[in-house]
Design a protein around this ligand. Structure first.
Ligand code: ADP
Ligand code: MG
Length: 212
C-alpha cells in the first residue's frame, strides 16, 4: 500500500475490491488530492481537465455515505448536458455494482416525463440529471430533496455558461443545508467564485495544474 493506492483510503471494503476488479489500481492526481478531503466530509472545489478522473472521485464520495436500506434520495449530481449525465450515471453504476439494490436514476430533458415519474415512484438513492428537468420534477412534487446529504455540481463552469444559474439556485433552495457540496470545474472564473460563496461551506480548493 502506498499513498497513491485507493487502499490508503478508508473506503468500504466492497467499494475497494470493486476498484481492483475495474482495474483502477492507482489514483489519478485529482483523486489523490480530492478523495481524502471528500471522504472527510468537507466541501470541495475540484479543478481539473476532462478525463482526469473527477467522476470517480465524487462517485466514491457519495457512495461511501449512502445508506441503501434507507430508500430515500441521498445524492444528486447536476450536469450541464444529457450526454454528460448519462456518462456520469454509467460510471456511478460501475462503482456501485457491489451495492445490492442500489438505484441510480437519470433525469434529463428530452426524455419521457411519465417514465421518469415511474422510475422515481419505487424509490431511488442517487439522481443524476440536468437542472431544468430536475427543477420541473420539484415543481410538480415528483422529487423531494429533503434527505440529500451530497450535492455534486459537475462541470459547473459549463452549467453556468449555459444559463442554468437560476435553476441550480432553485434546486439548492429545497435541499438541507447540512449537506456536503462538491463542485467540479475545468476553470475557476468569477461565476464559479460567486456560486461557491453562496452554496458551499468553507470549501477546500483542490487543483491539478494543466501540464501543457
Ligand atoms: P472526468 O470526470 O475528470 O472527465 P472520469 O472520472 O470520467 O474523468 O474518468 C475518465 C476515464 O478514466 C474514465 O473512463 C474512467 O473509467 C477512467 N478512470 C478514472 N479513474 C481511474 C483510475 N484511478 N485508474 C484507471 N482509470 C481511471
Ligand atoms: Mg467529468
Amino acid at each position: 500500500m502506498n499513498a497513491t493506492d485507493f487502499s490508503s483510503l478508508k473506503l468500504h471494503p466492497n467499494l475497494l475490491k470493486n476498484l481492483t476488479i475495474l482495474g483502477y489500481d492507482l489514483m489519478t492526481p485529482i483523486q489523490k488530492l480530492s478523495l481524502p478531503v471528500i471522504l472527510s466530509g468537507k466541501d470541495v472545489i475540484g479543478q481539473g481537465k476532462t478525463g482526469s478522473g473527477k467522476t470517480v472521485a465524487f462517485g466514491l464520495g457519495l457512495l461511501q455515505k449512502l445508506d441503501v436500506k434507507l430508500f430515500k434520495l441521498q445524492s444528486i449530481v447536476l450536469c450541464p448536458t444529457r450526454e454528460l449525465a448519462n456518462q456520469v450515471a454509467v460510471e456511478i453504476q460501475k462503482l456501485a455494482r457491489v451495492i445490492n439494490n442500489i438505484k441510480v436514476v437519470v433525469l434529463c430533458g428530452g426524455m419521457s416525463f411519465g417514465l421518469q415519474i415511474d422510475s422515481l415512484r419505487h424509490g431511488v438513492h442517487v439522481v443524476v440529471g440536468t437542472p431544468g428537468r430536475i427543477e420541473e420534477h420539484l415543481r410538480k412534487g415528483t422529487l423531494k430533496l429533503s434527505y440529500i446529504n451530497t450535492l455534486v455540481l459537475d462541470e459547473a463552469d459549463r452549467m453556468l455558461d449555459m444559463g442554468f444559474q437560476e435553476s441550480v439556485d432553485n434546486i439548492i433552495e429545497t435541499m438541507p443545508t447540512n449537506r456536503q457540496t462538491l463542485l467540479f470545474s475545468a476553470t475557476c472564473l468569477d461565476t464559479i467564485t460567486n456560486i461557491t460563496q453562496r452554496v458551499m461551506r468553507s470549501p477546500i480548493m483542490v487543483k491539478v495544474p494543466l501540464i501543457n
